[in-house]
Design a binder for this molecule. Structure first.
Ligand code: ATP
Length: 415
């Protein structure tokens, strides 16, 4: 049985991953879990997301399907925050994962879908489901089951004891830095060195204590054992599409649609301009297509790279388009344009600056009697390298593939 859940939480509390974690425990007497549960992030531009647009799915081997359905239903009813205006839980239980479900996942991570599309597919495929209130969670629940993790990473999520929910988290920061030092780059985004911050724990009232991301289960467990904190009520190691760029479509500037995420190739048509608040914008162009690309203030030191971009630089940009502007997640600088200034020529003999020989007469060196026609073009040094640059860990999007995962490319990982 493939069980998918989504949209059970609100801004005020709870968390769909926690509900899934509790449900997996409750289901233990009724069957056996197969593989790792899946933590699936869907289109980051989806309008009704609470935070990171997460949905959950796991596989259970059971010969008591009726009881499994009953228990899953009861748990969703018990642990969903039905009072949230935008909480519209969805529970899907399928017998198999079909190609249509996988295609639905690919659309859910890249496009904006409607509830009726999920219902139509569920009905067509004869899949058991229950939607509550508007049932919007059916989109995520179905997509999470359909997710094909051809590329994946892991996240270990540690949950808090119920009595502590809503109170400040007690985590020994030094142990977090130690955990990072021991396991980076097999784990990442635990801390942000440049911005001197621990970034693996939320500050909201939900049950999550922290999450450790990485490519290697052993390294994640090593970091987990190193980190000291308040008691962990439970922890789950999820397989996830986080850090894979699953949301990114290869596109052309002239064809982009709002609420989708792209990799776009082009040339800098307008170098960085800052607006109040520390937000930076560049314009990228290819043929007749032009798009504004933003590095907002929270992207911190990434802006120093964007600031150095000059007219004509050849780039690939990665990010989501909202209201016509692409929010940069990373850039690949393919080629740096030459920047030059016109300077007074140097005397070829004595290497000193020449003087004007009079209006329209060029330049001369009085001492050596040498002559030059006019100013000379001198290339300016570019304080920038080619290759990939990314936003720092404190500004990372869940789905963005971090540069530590881009083997074989020229990368400048933000740490
Ligand atoms: P959390 O991360 O705390 O679990 P969340 O950010 O995942 O919260 P949800 O409460 O799951 O937010 O709400 C997101 C809603 O958007 C869900 O109902 C989900 O089914 C729906 N949704 C997900 N992807 C899409 C999409 N591509 N198009 C339209 N709706 C979507």
């Amino acid at each position: 049985m493939f069980i998918g859940i989504d949209d059970t939480d609100s801004e005020r509390g709870l968390c769909t991953t926690y509900l899934a974690a509790v449900l997996m425990e409750k289901l233990q007497p009724l069957g056996e879990l197969v593989g790792r549960p899946k933590l699936i992030r869907l289109n980051p531009c989806a309008r009704y997301k609470t935070r990171g647009n997460a949905a959950l799915a796991f596989q259970l081997e059971s010969d008591r399907p009726e009881e499994v359905m009953d228990l899953a239903l009861k748990t969703v009813l018990e642990l969903s925050d039905f009072s949230g205006v935008n909480t519209n839980p969805g529970l899907v239980i399928a017998e198999e994962v079909t190609e249509k479900m996988t295609a639905f996942y690919r659309r859910a991570v890249t496009e904006i879908l409607e509830i009726k599309e999920a219902k139509k597919l569920l009905d067509e495929e004869g899949i058991w489901y229950r939607g509550f209130k508007k049932g919007r969670g059916l989109i995520g629940a179905l997509a999470a089951i359909g997710a094909d993790l051809s590329d994946y990473t892991y996240e270990l999520v540690a949950y808090r004891e119920r009595s502590r929910w809503g109170t400040p988290r007690s985590i020994d920061e030094r142990s977090v830095w130690r955990g990072d030092a021991l396991t980076y780059p097999r784990t990442w985004d635990t801390v942000d060195h440049h911005n001197n911050r621990v970034v693996f724990a939320p500050h909201s009232g939900d049950p999550v204590l922290f999450g450790i991301r990485g490519s290697d289960e052993k390294a994640i467990l090593e970091a987990f054992q190193t980190i000291k904190s308040e008691p962990v009520e439970r922890s789950v190691l999820y397989q996830t599409n986080q850090g894979t760029d699953a949301h990114i479509l290869a596109g052309e500037i002239s064809d982009v649609l709002d609420s989708q995420s792209y990799r776009l190739h082009g040339f800098v048509a307008e170098p960085a301009q800052a607006i109040a608040g520390g937000h930076l914008f560049i314009t990228l162009q290819k043929g007749a297509g032009r798009i504004n690309c933003a590095a907002f203030e929270p992207t911190k030191n990434f802006r120093a790279v964007v600031k150095q971009l000059a007219l004509g630089d050849e780039l690939e940009v990665y990010g989501s388009v909202r209201e016509g502007t692409l929010n940069l997640e990373k850039i690949n600088i393919i080629h740096l344009a030459e920047r030059a200034e016109m300077v007074v020529p140097l005397c070829p003999r004595c290497q000193r600056s020449m003087e004007s020989a009079g209006k329209g007469q060029g330049y001369r060196c009085r001492r050596c009697k040498t002559h030059a026609e006019g100013r000379e073009r001198q290339l300016l040094a570019r304080d920038l390298e080619t290759g990939y640059f990314e936003v720092p860990p404190c500004a990372r999007r869940h789905l963005s593939r971090p540069l530590v995962r881009m083997n074989g490319e020229k990368v400048h990982p933000a740490r």
